[in-house]
Write a protein that binds this ligand. Structure first.
Ligand code: PLP
Length: 403
């Protein structure tokens, strides 16, 4: 028998399967609302002007080379990323109790955190609680790292808003000291974020139960166009005295998807545990990637450190988040104008890259097979895939299948 003959087939990845189907469809009417990547109004990927400028500067720099980064990554990036996520006035940074390591984008930050927590979590049998639903990779990452994964209620599937009561009850009823994965902003796949007062309630329950927060922040600045507003929850928890981990991705907010640029931040209780924590995170990173990728890190660091580029970057994020918001409103308005059965305000009210439309599996399949419109089976659309050229077609198609 073949050495690997007992290896069971892995379950298919919904998103990857969807992009294969979409790529194979050459119908001119096709609209791909699957992949979570920003598109401009012509449906094309967008290289941010500041990224082009940073690349030009790197290309012109005679000192540029392709040497390995150090084990913690590029200090110019990790320092700037820390300030971006925690705020330049963060007491935790001033007290030198934060360690930041560069990772393979947000996914790598999740994985390093998951392995680290599995080795050092207290109690040792703590489970990891993820929202129902969540980014498809969360369960896979935390289970691969050896955790038991449980869910807390999050989406109210009737209203397509937040089930705050269910969420608080599940966190309150969990044993003390569990690990709770929270989306810092622009929740994937639902586009539903807690309000500031709901975050305070969540923090209250987490403190009461001694839960450990793990923030996954894949969309800072991309949700509202304001990097500080999108970091509200993280900074609230730090202010409340929580120790926590934050996974930060520059894939979406800088459009550096394939360059795999991200960081993991560990906010510790005090400066004296930082050497232990940093040594273990470095060891784990060394064992898996040895050193992080340099090119995207140099681009991101150039943008974050140059005041003029930084300001331009904020403008580009505002432009991306505004275009998405415009498309949300445009879709809602068209469905309302068509008299499409159901209420569509949630499409406008949700935030970030995605909208959880509430379309059923059957409707999603009909849209794919009869209208060349691609979205995930749970009815999630990437709003960035909508534009002024396809919005009427998308609204009319949805209207047809809902009737
Ligand atoms: N976490 C969440 C919630 C996401 O939505 C994503 C991207 O879709 C990621 C993490 C990781 O993205 P990346 O590894 O490209 O930074």
């Amino acid at each position: 028998a073949a050495y690997f003959s007992d290896v069971p087939q892995a379950p298919p990845d919904g998103i990857l399967k969807l992009s294969v189907l979409s790529r194979a469809d050459s119908d001119p009417a096709k609209v791909d609302l699957g992949v979570g990547a920003y598109r401009d109004d012509h449906g094309k990927p967008w290289v941010l002007p500041v990224v082009r400028e940073a690349e030009a500067r790197l290309a012109a720099d005679p000192a540029f080379n392709h040497e390995y980064l150090g084990v913690g990554g590029l200090p110019a990036l990790t320092d700037a990323a820390q300030l971006l996520i925690l705020g330049s006035d963060s007491p935790a940074i001033a007290q030198r109790r934060v360690y930041t390591i560069q990772t393979i984008s947000g996914t790598g930050a999740n994985m390093v955190a998951a392995v680290f927590l599995n080795q050092f979590k207290r109690p040792a049998d703590a489970a990891v609680y993820i929202s129902k639903p969540t980014w498809g990779n969360h369960r896979s990452i935390f289970e691969t790292a050896g955790h038991v994964v449980r869910e807390y209620r999050y989406c109210n599937y009737d209203t397509l808003g937040l089930d705050i009561e269910g969420m608080l009850a599940d966190l309150r009823n969990a044993p003390n000291g569990q690990i709770v994965v929270l989306h810092a902003c622009a929740h994937n796949p639902t586009g539903i974020d807690p309000t500031e007062s709901q975050w305070q309630q969540i923090a209250d329950v987490m403190a009461e139960r001694g839960h450990f927060p793990f923030f996954d922040c894949a969309y800072q600045g991309f949700a509202t166009g304001d990097v500080d507003r999108d970091a509200y929850a993280i900074r609230l928890f730090v202010e409340r005295g929580f120790e926590l981990l934050v996974a930060e991705s520059f894939a979406k907010n800088m459009g550096l998807y394939g360059e795999r640029t991200g960081c993991l931040h560990a906010v510790c209780k005090s400066a004296d545990v930082v050497p232990q924590v940093s040594s273990q995170l470095n060891r784990l990173s060394r064992a898996t990637i040895s050193t992080a990728s340099a090119y995207g890190a140099k681009i991101a660091a150039t943008v974050l450190q140059d005041p003029a580029l930084y300001q331009q970057w904020l403008v580009s994020m505002l432009e991306m988040s505004r275009r998405i918001k415009t498309m949300r409103d445009a879709l809602r308005d068209r469905l309302v104008a068509l008299g499409t059965p159901g209420s569509w305000d949630h499409v406008s009210n949700q935030i970030g890259m995605f909208s959880f439309t509430g379309l059923s599996r059957t409707q999603v399949a009909a849209l794919r097979d009869q209208y060349h419109l691609y979205m995930t089976d749970d009815g999630r659309i990437s709003v960035a895939g909508l534009n002024s050229h396809n919005i009427d077609y998308v609204a009319k198609s949805i209207d047809d299948v809902v009737r």
